[in-house]
Write a protein that binds this ligand. Structure first.
Ligand code: GP0
Length: 808
């Protein structure tokens, strides 16, 4: 666009904006608060998106193509305004106009609440997949729950995590459209009986408790391509507001209770990551969005298909993100049979053809198993269908593998009074995949080995990916500009093009520019740290970062114990030669996961000890940043030198922060786990620092024994010192970490922290030496960016397209 064009567009934008300000605030620009400025900008942007949204929907209806629907109990979408503005190519017009009006774009963006509708990687993955589908003009949409309260806000008070409710909707939310005309009634409880209607056996559900599911749609916009897909989040409401007859009888409290019981279903996100607790309300949530989502998908399909469900299995992909939406299988069967009048076999073929399933973890405590008693009462028809699915499945097993009761038992969907949701998901889907090569291999060989023997053709693998828009282009604009000026902009739509950076791999001029950007990003994070926790950290120190949910298998504890050990070394020898380091942590613990909360407390206690000690704090500092969420993550990755990915091998299905760090030039310090293995392959052994047990070694110890943590403790005085400090008052009165001490010694260290301790300290030493050679480190860092192309979620989505949905 030429200069006069641009100034015309800016003038037009300013006029629209000023008018919007008046509309939303009843004030003129000079008197409008930053919140109102944000609301005005958001509404303006939403108007611009809406036209393209309507257009995309019309196109999908005009030429019905294959549609993909992601069902997920979490969508961790992050803030949207800046992404929309960039995706619309309006960033220059908007930022320059606002600047000319004397307004602060960054401050306006900061007014947006960050919807915490997910716990971590699993929900964020869905958001990246929606982003990539739209970027690739693929018709893919999301179905989930519009939780009134998202994941709790974390505060750190006296070193401990305190949870505060996340009222993310308190100022309204400008990017959703409520569609009451598309509401669906979801039925719970009641009784099912078979009736003979016109000679057909029909199942009738009576005496049920109806709940209204009301959809809110959020536009998911592609990158510079006018494609706008939809994320549909369902909200639970009572059928007619207050129950009027009850109300009139004066039973006001009863009526209010009914209302809040209905609303309870979409009230709050369960804050457990990789952990299952079989609460009734959670089961209600799972059926809620499955039932409502499928109902709308089927009726939409019929509208474009002469009122028939014929061909549904070839045209509609229902993708279930982990097992929380596993009732999609039986619910589709119910719709096809009870509402569309199909027989079992036809319904079954379409269901299996349509469904595919991604598993996200091998942690046994995450496996969902619902009690038969609870499920059959709450969802009588669904339970009945699951029983029949299981009966037919076992019958088939008996045919193919006669006299094998052990196999029948191990693969059974219903056993020991429980419904096994992973088994249900596998039996009802044509595809099941893991999220990295190693993970998929473990699924085939261990977790789901029995199913792999029966259905080898159903097993797939798609390595996770992350959105390069959100996690490179928009959150690291300086790096983006350097990339554009060095290798052109093709990488923006094909991340593999980052390989062109290898042309600069020995270019001192490029190094200088690159290192200046990294330093400036680190200074920005240092400012944030000083504003948030009053800690001054040196931007020239190594930024060594571990940000993710706090979980034993992720081993934040290993990182913490190493810092304590370094502290001890520095106390002995304050002149120890080492590059200064800033250790940065962030992450939430599930409110009921006391051990994980103790780890948070330990990290904060170590921070206090280290940061306050003048003999060591010029060499090391420790920062725990409260309330890790998507917005904070975006600030952190561009400033990282080291990406800590140190899970016990075999436990982290993929990891996705490893990819976000890599794209921003951090070097991985990691175990051979999840996608770390593929990162190592991509960059080569000299551009990553790996250490520790392999997943095979871990699995052998678990199977055959042979590891005694006490032996390691007895042989290693460094470990003895550090473990004693956990319980000897080092951290001051009342700060005692007996639970951690016991887990490591009394309970034989189930996550191999002590076993890997020596390898980890060695690896940390290697990191120190590598970093002190600027030439080598810069080369490692740039190589990581150059090889990060395969970790774009655009690549993941094309793999799903080709291997699983077979969308043309
Ligand atoms: C897996 F089972 N993940 C779960 C869960 O409840 N929550 C969750 O976030 C994660 C895995 O831990 C992962 O390895 C993976 O990459 C992610 O799902 C997406 O597949 C962490 O990043």
């Amino acid at each position: 666009m030429d200069a006069s064009d641009k100034s015309q567009q800016k003038d037009a934008f300013k006029k629209e904006f000023i008018k919007k300000i008046e509309e939303v605030s009843g004030n003129c620009l000079a008197d409008a608060s930053v919140l109102k400025q944000y609301q005005a900008l958001a509404e303006l942007v939403m108007e611009k998106i809406s036209a393209e949204w309507a257009q995309t929907n019309m196109q999908y209806n005009k030429q019905p193509t294959k549609q993909v629907y992601f069902f997920s109990i979490e969508f961790l979408i992050g803030r949207l305004l800046n992404s929309y503005i960039n995706n619309l190519s309006l960033e220059e017009i908007v930022t320059e106009s606002l600047d000319e009006l004397g307004l602060d774009y960054e401050a306006i963006l900061a007014q947006e609440s960050d919807p915490g509708l997910g716990n971590g990687g699993l929900g964020r993955l869905m958001a990246c997949y929606l982003d990539s589908s739209a970027a690739m003009k693929m018709p893919a949409h999301g179905n989930g729950i519009r939780y009134k309260y998202g994941l709790f806000e974390q505060r750190i008070i006296n070193a401990e995590q305190i949870e505060v409710a996340d009222n993310w909707l308190k100022n309204g939310y400008p990017f959703e459209i409520r569609k009451p005309d598309k509401s669906v009634i979801v039925k719970y409880y009641g009784h099912v009986h078979a009736e003979n209607i016109n000679g057909n056996l029909t199942f009738v559900h009576e005496d049920y408790e109806p709940i209204m599911a009301v959809p809110y749609d959020i536009p998911i916009m592609g990158y510079h391509n006018k494609t706008v897909n939809s994320l549909r989040l369902w909200s639970a409401e009572p059928i007619d507001g207050f129950d009027l007859p009850t109300f009139n009888q004066g039973q006001f409290l009863y009526a209010v209770r009914q209302k809040s019981e209905a609303e309870a279903i979409s009230q709050i996100l369960y804050p457990n990551d990789s952990g299952f607790d079989g609460k009734l309300l959670r089961l209600k949530q799972e059926y809620f969005f499955v039932c409502a989502g499928l109902k709308r998908i089927v009726s939409h399909y019929k509208r474009n298909n002469s009122n028939s469900v014929d061909g549904f299995g070839e045209k509609i992909c229902i993708h279930i993100n982990d097992t929380h939406p596993a009732m999609c299988g039986p619910e589709l069967m119910r719709i096809f049979m009870d509402e569309e009048g199909l027989g079992w076999n036809d319904a079954w073929k379409m269901t299996v053809a349509s469904l595919s399933f991604t598993n996200h973890t091998v942690m046994p405590e995450a496996l969902e198993k619902w009690s038969v008693d609870m499920m059959s009462k709450l969802l009588p028809r669904i339970y009945m269908i699951i029983e029949e699915i299981n009966r037919r499945f076992i019958e088939e097993l008996d045919l193919n593998y006669p006299n094998d009761p052990d196999r029948n038992h191990s693969l059974s969907i219903i056993k020991d009074g429980q419904v096994h949701m992973a088994n249900l998901s596998i039996v009802t889907s044509h595809s099941i995949n893991g999220v990295a090569s190693l993970h998929s291999k473990i699924l085939r060989e261990e977790t789901f080995h029995g199913f792999y023997q029966v259905f080898p053709e159903r097993f797939n693998s798609v390595t996770n990916g992350v959105s390069p828009r959100r996690f490179l282009m928009y959150n690291n604009p300086k790096l983006k500009n350097l990339l554009n000026e060095s290798i052109g902009n093709e990488w923006e739509t094909n991340l593999f093009q980052l390989k062109r950076l290898l042309n600069f791999i020995n270019d001192p001029v490029f190094y200088e520019k690159y290192n200046a950007i990294k330093l400036s990003n680190k200074s920005q994070l240092a400012d944030y740290i000083s504003r948030r926790i009053g800690l001054h950290v040196d931007p020239t120190s190594i930024f060594d970062i571990q940000v993710k949910r706090i979980h034993e298998y992720k081993r934040q504890l290993l990182n913490a114990l190493h810092i304590l050990y370094l502290y001890n070394r520095l106390k002995e020898n304050p002149n120890l030669e080492m590059a200064p380091r800033t250790f940065i942590f962030a992450g939430k613990a599930a409110p009921g996961y006391y051990y994980a909360k103790d780890v948070i407390k330990l990290i904060n206690a170590i921070a206090e000890l280290v940061n306050g000690d003048n003999t060591v704090n010029t060499k090391i500092k420790v920062a725990f940043l409260a309330n890790f969420n998507v917005s904070l993550a975006e600030k952190i990755y561009p400033a990282a030198n080291i990406s800590e990915q140190i899970s016990t091998a075999g436990k982290e299905a993929s990891g996705t922060s490893n990819m976000k760090f890599m794209m921003n030039g951090a070097v991985t310090l990691g175990t051979m786990d999840g996608a770390n293995i593929e990162i190592a392959e991509a960059v080569g052994p000299t551009n990553i620092v790996t250490f520790g047990l392999t997943s095979e070694e871990v699995s052998n110890y678990n199977k055959y024994g042979g590891y005694r943590s006490v032996d390691i403790f007895e042989q290693d005085p460094r470990i003895q010192q550090v473990l004693h400090q956990l319980v000897d008052g080092t951290f001051g009165f009342g700060l005692n970490f007996q639970s951690i001490y016991d887990s490591l010694l009394l309970y034989n260290d189930p996550y191999f922290v002590l076993k890997d301790f020596n390898a980890y300290t060695d690896a940390q030493n290697r990191v120190d030496h590598l970093y002190r050679n600027e030439q080598i480190w810069t080369k490692m860092s740039i190589t990581n960016i150059a090889q990060s192309g395969m970790f774009s979620s655009d690549r993941s989505i094309s793999d799903y397209q080709r291997e699983i949905w077979t969308v043309k």
